[in-house]
Design a protein around this ligand. Structure first.
Ligand SMILES: [Zn+2]
Length: 374
């Protein structure tokens, strides 16, 4: 999920809003101002209802960011980079660069978010008792924030993967069974089941309670959970299909080579235009010096192509991540995901013997799927 609006960074992590967040922000603020606060505290002015509602929902969404920061801090302590935190229609999501490699790490990352929400919930309920005799608006705000943060903690602990509770459940199964893929299959199955229960529950609310909005909302959450659980399982199944496959089996051998002195215009007109290749190994006198790709070329304005040489813009050998030809293809996938790149040079001895790209891996998975072996 990519953010539509960037808010800034906390602990180096970019925080952003997805456009669907505005829908839920308006719904929560409107619900607070027109029904929740008026029911509990009749007799305020409209300005007061809307003002307190606005402040309350802003603090609520800040609490969601705190929940995601809880996951993120534990992840970073375990050496897992956090790419971003994004708020969207169903709450927040912290995107991490790779999965935990041990059950204990997954368990602590997963439980950290609900613990933050529970602590915030307790804090606001405590504040409510402190301020309730002094100020109605402050009491109303604290009570709602206490209630909603506790609900967030409880909802997220439902054991349906990929909710936090589902991750906790997976880490326990993983610890007991010692098999990550099987643990994911079991918890994704449970997650899909819980998704279906939400959908059925939502329909019951629509048909028997005649509450269309709440019912559809519950069903919508169920549909989202079911989808997310299936997608997570497919991702893990893809990983399983790749294990035991060596990089050299799927790489494109003999990658295109170009000398460092060639200028960009020649590169584009004589090499790229003819071959359609997007990535070149820069090599002089039989020794490879770096890598140049379409992305690097695009950064240079077209009018400067004739005077810029490949060696000026290439990513130098020392900065290029590589995989060895005999390594597991899975390791190449994890590395590409972690570094956000589309291809990696494959090294054999001191030479580049091929390139492995995301396309190679997709093709392998499709072939396996067609043959029924994945
Ligand atoms: Zn969470």
């Amino acid at each position: 999920m990519s953010a539509s609006i960037r808010l800034g960074r906390i602990l180096g992590i970019p925080i952003g809003l997805h456009y669907t967040w505005f829908v839920v922000f308006v719904l929560v603020t409107g619900m607070l101002a027109t029904s929740y606060f008026p029911d509990a505290y009749p007799g305020w002015s409209n300005v007061q209802y809307y003002g307190i509602a606005l402040i309350t929902s802003l603090i609520f969404f800040a609490s969601i960011v705190a929940h995601e920061l809880g996951h993120s801090i534990v992840a970073m302590r375990n050496g897992i980079r956090v790419k971003s935190i994004t708020l969207f229609v169903f709450g927040g999501v912290a995107q991490i660069s790779k999965e935990a490699d041990r059950p204990r790490v997954e368990f602590t990352i997963a439980i950290a978010g609900p613990l933050v929400s529970a602590a915030l919930g307790g804090l606001f309920i405590g504040l409510y008792f402190l301020v309730r005799d002094a100020s109605d608006p402050a009491a109303a705000l604290c009570f709602y924030l206490g209630e909603i943060n506790l609900s967030v903690a409880i909802f997220n602990m439902i054991p349906g993967f990929p909710l936090d509770g589902g991750r906790v459940f997976r880490s326990l199964v993983w610890a007991v069974r010692g098999n990550f893929v099987r643990a994911t299959r079991i918890s994704a199955g449970l997650g899909r089941g819980i998704g279906y229960l939400f959908i059925i529950g939502g329909l019951i609310v629509v048909l028997w309670r005649h509450d269309l909005v709440s019912g559809l909302w519950i069903a919508f959450i169920g549909w989202f959970l079911e989808n997310a659980a299936s997608a997570s399982y497919q991702q893990v199944a893809a990983r399983e299909a790749l294990s035991g496959v060596r990089v050299e089996e799927i790489m494109t051998p003999d990658p295109p080579i170009i000398p460092g002195r060639v200028d960009l215009r020649t590169l584009v007109e004589s090499y790229i235009a003819h071959t359609g290749k997007r990535c070149f190994i820069v090599s002089d006198f039989g020794e490879w010096r770096g890598l140049v790709s379409l992305t690097d070329i695009r950064r240079v304005p077209r009018e400067r192509w004739a005077e810029t040489r490949v060696a000026d813009i290439m990513v130098a050998k020392e900065k290029v991540a590589t995989v060895r030809r005999e390594e597991d293809a899975l390791r190449a996938v994890a590395l590409m995901e972690e570094l956000d790149v589309n291809q990696l040079p494959v090294v054999g001895g001191n030479e580049i013997v091929g390139l492995v790209a995301r396309d190679n891996i997709l093709r392998l998975l499709q072939t396996k799927k067609r043959l029924g072996t994945a």
